[in-house]
Design a protein around this ligand. Structure first.
Ligand SMILES: Cc1cc2nc3c(=O)[nH]c(=O)nc-3n(C[C@H](O)[C@H](O)[C@H](O)COP(=O)(O)OP(=O)(O)OC[C@H]3O[C@@H](n4cnc5c(N)ncnc54)[C@H](O)[C@@H]3O)c2cc1C
Length: 428
């Protein structure tokens, strides 16, 4: 019997999983390689970092997800290089030959070359970082409740978030609510007038990719929760005890969260000769390398263009790209071809706390409680598995009615609130 074509998918994120689903009934063997044994729903990482969701609500084992796909195998390994000439992928556990390769390796936090920031702040890009942030925040409150040194206490109780895109806005809103509504009941010896959340943004407004009206509404909503804004300033330096802005102002803090940007990541030695902005790999309109039609790049890792603009780093772009390349491979096996990739923009949204979100769907702008319900609906739709959906819905309802963050557990190594090395995963 002739051997079936082998499709290797690197990355079990949104794009990689969508591609494997599209290939489920195709006459190929598929191997998904990921360094983690789980798929991570990154849009809800900030809720793990702020004690609302348990990690298992946003992460699902890849083997469970593909259980009903008999032609799909899973390999937990780090991809260390790709040889496109030999059609081989080298991993930490051995070498795989492929007929088709799909690179869906996503992105990592971008410190824009600022090594201080990399050393002394934490990103919000993977589960270990979210858990470290949760433990660090709570650890700071523990230490602040014991110290009699007022300068040290203020440092421990100042939370600086760098970057006011959706991640920075969502995280600071969630932390501000935790500080306003939940922690005063736990830490009765702390004077909460000393606690502050500062959101720092180099641009002139928060949520720069949203309509100005929505960004104003988000700003007002965050201000009501007690978030202080510093706009139009970049962070020049970060150290163990604080950060310095370009204008010279110093903010004393032991908590710097870096959400200022991401850049694409691809396996080392991946011979993509054309890179676009943020290290994204340039691809054709069919999402493959121009000189290697059997190598596809999708999601955050790819600089796919449509109508002259590069598509954004968003989950729906990765999902639609994965589905599309699965279709291209299936079509090639039958000797047919399909039209170029077209991304259908279904809109973008961001929460600004419990019961409030901003959303733009085509020409429609939505905010407040209605926006929040739409946000809940969309996230439930995209979360993988019934259990995760039920867990998330239960936690949101619990928080909505009781203003409670049940997962206030200190379990990560940086729990003492001291500065610690970044928890970045391999490849950073
Ligand atoms: C905090 C946060 C909030 C977000 N909020 C939203 C939102 O509200 N809406 C939205 O649309 N998008 C949001 N995004 C962006 C969205 O999560 C990404 O666009 C999406 O995850 C990209 O999918 P992907 O498949 O390209 O990569 P990913 O989902 O990042 O998956 C990449 C996978 O590749 C694996 N991998 C990488 N390199 C290797 C290697 N060398 N070897 C083995 N495995 C490897 C990783 O472990 C990972 O599992 C958010 C992102 C973050 C971080």
């Amino acid at each position: 019997m002739a051997k079936r074509p082998h499709v290797v998918i690197v990355g079990a994120g949104f794009g990689g999983l969508a591609a494997s689903r599209a290939l489920r009934h195709v006459d190929v063997d598929v191997t998904i390689v990921d360094r983690n044994n789980y798929h991570l729903f990154q849009p809800l990482l900030y809720q793990v970092a702020s004690g609302l969701l348990d990690p298992s609500a946003i992460a699902s084992p890849v083997r469970t997800i593909v259980r009903r796909s008999p032609n799909v195998d899973v390999l937990r390994a780090e991809v260390t290089s790709v040889d496109v000439a030999k059609q081989q992928v080298k991993t930490s556990t051995g070498t795989l030959d492929y007929d088709y390769l799909i690179i869906a390796t996503g992105s990592v936090t971008d410190y824009f070359g600022n090594q201080d920031a990399r050393m002394h702040s934490t990103g919000l890009k993977d589960l270990s970082e979210a858990l470290a942030l949760r433990s660090r925040l709570l650890g700071c409150f523990e230490r602040a409740s014991l110290t009699t040194d007022s300068a040290a206490r203020r440092r421990l109780l100042t939370f600086a978030v760098v970057g006011a895109g959706p991640t920075g806005v969502e995280y600071s809103g969630a932390v501000a609510e935790l500080i306003k509504h939940v922690l005063p009941k736990d830490y009765r010896r702390i004077d909460f007038a000393e606690v502050s959340v500062v959101l720092i943004e180099a641009g002139e407004r928060v949520l720069a990719t949203f309509a100005p009206r929505l960004s104003r509404l988000a700003t007002r909503s965050l201000e009501r929760k007690g978030v202080r804004f510093i706009l139009g300033e970049s962070v020049r330096a970060v150290d163990d005890h604080g950060l310095v802005l370009d204008g010279g102002e110093r903010i004393e803090t032991t908590n710097v969260v870096w959400t200022a940007g991401v850049r694409a990541t691809t396996p080392p030695d991946f011979a993509a000769d054309a890179l676009g902005r943020a290290g994204r790999v340039k691809v054709t309109q069919s999402l493959h390398l121009s000189n290697h039609p059997e190598v596809f790049v999708i999601g955050d890792a790819a600089a796919a263009e449509q109508a002259g603009a590069v598509l954004p780093m968003l989950a729906p772009v990765a999902i639609q790209g994965g589905k599309y390349v699965g279709g291209v491979i299936a079509a090639r096996l039958t000797g047919t071809s399909i039209s170029p990739f077209r991304y259908h923009d279904k809109g973008t949204m961001a929460t600004v706390g419990r019961g409030a979100a901003v959303a733009q769907i085509g020409p429609v702008r939505i905010n407040g409680l209605v926006g929040w319900f739409i946000w809940i609906f969309i996230h439930l739709l995209y979360l993988v598995g019934f259990r995760n959906r039920a867990l998330a819905l239960w936690s949101w309802a619990w928080n909505y009615f009781f203003w409670d963050r049940p997962v206030r557990l200190i379990i990560a190594p940086s729990a003492d609130g001291q500065s610690s090395p970044p928890t970045a995963g391999p490849g950073r």
